[in-house]
Design a protein around this ligand. Structure first.
Ligand code: DP6
Length: 332
């Protein structure tokens, strides 16, 4: 019998970053992290388990994949086949992002979160949320954070089972908006997976890790109390620390472009002038300007006056991953 399910999962932006693993194979991170799911920016994935075929297949945004993208999906399905009872056979995977790849929004988080719950649901297995999060982590660390809803903390843990993410507040807790400023839409040369592997080569990684639990605690408190000033300073500090590690790794990783730095400098000035806005950057040059919704028009107006901006995308806090449709192929 063919079993099929379609799932949707959102991208997320980290306020306290994940950078470096203490176990690469299991993607067990050097530190706990904290993020917000991004409403409206999602991956939709359909998985069909099929006993009749001799291998997994992947179609991504309408194109059949054969190389590294397929290998990474097969590897993840292998994890699920090994760890979840009832998951067996080979899968047809069809996935689609509603945001362009290379637009400065990590697609691995939403992709592996959607793949994990679609594959498990299609197999008819019943797995609790924390375990879905651990399993999604095996495909991409940040995918663990796209499983629970709203504002999310991913615990470092000390094993596969104890490293999962959980929601600390629902999406409507605080009207934060991520104004994503795209300054380059070309694909990054060095992806996160390679970056995590070289994080320990920077002398600054140990320094970054020294007080990361304090930063996470401060960020969580600021978030729960809706204290924007405290939130902004810890979010920017954590992003700066991660990029300092990147820039001092061997080989060094310079993700910022001149336009990124210009926006960083402007955002600090705007905040000093009273706007509730701060910045954070992932493994790329695009700047995530996190602000209170009422300040969004003002922030956008000011951004538009700057040079080097390719596009601006806006996302509020989003839900966790969920199933859109599931059942036998014959019933759909
Ligand atoms: C800079 O989760 O993309 O965005 O586990 O290798 O898939 P893999 O890496 P990934 O790393 C995300 C790194 C980051 C910071 C963050 O999202 O916490």
């Amino acid at each position: 019998m063919f079993k099929k399910a379609t799932a949707r999962a959102h991208a997320n932006i980290a306020f306290i970053k994940y950078w470096g693993n203490y176990d690469e194979a299991l993607r067990l991170p050097e530190n706990s992290s904290l993020s917000m799911n991004l409403e409206g920016l999602y991956t939709e994935t359909t998985v069909i388990w099929d006993d009749e075929v001799s291998g997994d297949s992947l179609e991504l945004n309408g194109q059949t994949q054969t190389g590294v993208a397929l290998e990474r999906v097969v590897k993840h399905l292998d994890h699920l086949r090994k760890r979840v009872s009832g998951v067996q056979g080979y899968a047809h995977v069809k996935s689609h992002n509603n945001f362009p790849m290379g637009a400065g929004i990590a697609s691995s988080a939403s992709s592996f979160a959607a793949l994990t719950i679609a594959a498990i649901s299609a197999a008819g297995a019943n797995v609790p949320e924390y375990e879905l999060s651990s399993l999604a982590r095996l495909g991409s660390g940040s995918a663990s954070r796209s499983i629970p809803t709203g504002f999310v903390e991913w615990f470092k843990g000390n094993s596969h089972e104890t490293s999962f993410a959980t929601s600390i507040a629902p999406p409507d807790h605080w009207d934060l908006v991520d104004v994503i400023v795209v300054v380059s839409d070309t694909h990054k040369k060095v992806g996160s997976t390679e970056g995590h592997q070289s994080a320990h080569t920077s002398d600054l990684q140990q320094g970054r890790l020294l007080h990361v639990s304090d930063r996470l605690q401060a960020c969580k408190e600021a978030l729960l109390n809706k204290d924007f000033a405290s939130f902004a300073s810890v979010v920017e500090e954590d992003s700066n620390l991660m990029h300092s590690v990147m820039m001092t790794s061997r080989p060094p990783l310079f993700y910022w472009l001149p336009a990124s730095l210009e926006i960083i400098r402007e955002v600090r000035i705007w905040r000093a002038e009273g706007l509730q806005v701060c910045y954070t950057l992932d493994a790329g040059p695009n700047v995530h300007c996190i602000c209170i919704r009422e300040d969004v028009p003002n922030v956008i107006e000011r951004l538009k006056a700057l040079s080097g901006i390719v596009d601006i995308k806006i996302a509020g806090a989003g839900s966790g991953a969920y199933i859109l449709k599931a059942g036998d192929v014959s019933s759909q």
